[in-house]
Design a protein around this ligand. Sequence first.
Ligand SMILES: Cc1cc2nc3c(=O)[nH]c(=O)nc-3n(C[C@H](O)[C@H](O)[C@H](O)COP(=O)(O)OP(=O)(O)OC[C@H]3O[C@@H](n4cnc5c(N)ncnc54)[C@H](O)[C@@H]3O)c2cc1C
Length: 366
Amino acid sequence: MHVVVCGGGVIGAATAFYLTELGVEVTLVERRELAAAASGKAGGFLARDWCDGNSMGPLARASFDLHAELADRLDADYGYRRVDTLMVVGADEGSVARYALHPASGWLDGNCAVNGRIGTPETTAQVEPGAFTRALVDAACRGGGARVRIGAVEGLLAAGGARGAVAGVVVDGDHVAADAVVLAMGPWTALARAWLPLPPIGGLKGFSITLRPDFEVPAEMLFCEYRTASGEVLSPEIYPRPDGEVWVCGMSDDQPVPIDPADVRVDDARCDELQRIAGTLATGLGDAEITRRQACYRPICADAMPLLGPAPGGRAGIYVATGHNCWGILNAPASGKAMAELVATGEARCVDLASFDPARLLEAAA
Ligand SMILES: Cc1cc2nc3c(=O)[nH]c(=O)nc-3n(C[C@H](O)[C@H](O)[C@H](O)COP(=O)(O)OP(=O)(O)OC[C@H]3O[C@@H](n4cnc5c(N)ncnc54)[C@H](O)[C@@H]3O)c2cc1C
């Protein structure tokens, strides 16, 4: 069996990895480079139980455990570690000391108060998401089961007419034959709405920076509530990484997803504001070197839940895996494993995908 996986983000990479584990031959088609979009720019925070209470709960728990397993199995250092996670209050003006419920460690020396311990090493972890994505693909390719093709997927090939079973994809004008196709192009999976009945898939933009401070930062992930001088309340997140860098996010804009992932625009002023806020909370971050200014889109559907399953429309051999919103890095392992099982054997066994059926949103809209 030969499967074309479209999209070299974390969801395509995990699907390709687990397909090769089942002995399936895979071609992973990526328009730009592996982890070119959100999967290379996200925070990489992982939580065992933060999705409990909605249908993603079991997917997240299974994925959290698979992350631990993969960190042992994949022959790569992509910064996996267990972490502490803190709720932090900060402000431009006026002391926030009255919000302190826990002592802060030394690096949190600005106008900052720790008012919750919301994750422990038992429940929270992190990876560097781009390196994790590439490690999955490297492992898939190492055994000879997968290959990567750089090119843009432009359409589907059908056996027996336009509504027949899939026969492959068109990549930069070339025909690539396949027994099955998995559409995992993040927000760009929306392009396939020209080829198939698919529900709307959007992208929500977020800016982030990485800083390289000249001191060692403990493994404390920060979820912050921050009041600016103008009264705006922001929710920055600050994740120190084991390689010494510190990732910071918390600003967005409403620019639509560009057709080409290479055209995502970065706004220097928003990135500078992220560093200013980080420096107000932890003064050592205020003058640290900015190593990356970046922006990316998280893929999102109407109910903010993933699309995982056969493409609607009844054409055999076409599958969709996207819409992971703010939890794609966390949920990639079980999503990829379940999709691989579904494609290769006809049944997802590691998690129940029923509530992620892509048809649910078409039926809801009808
Ligand atoms: C600021 C921010 C922080 C985040 N932090 C976290 C976090 O801490 N933890 C977490 O779990 N999740 C986080 N997320 C969410 C996570 O990043 C996404 O859910 C996840 O990366 C989506 O992965 P994907 O593979 O579906 O899509 P993408 O990463 O968007 O990958 C899609 C790929 O498809 C390629 N492509 C596009 N068009 C084509 C085409 N025509 N042909 C071939 N390839 C194509 C693109 O180049 C891209 O590489 C964050 C998201 C954002 C925006």
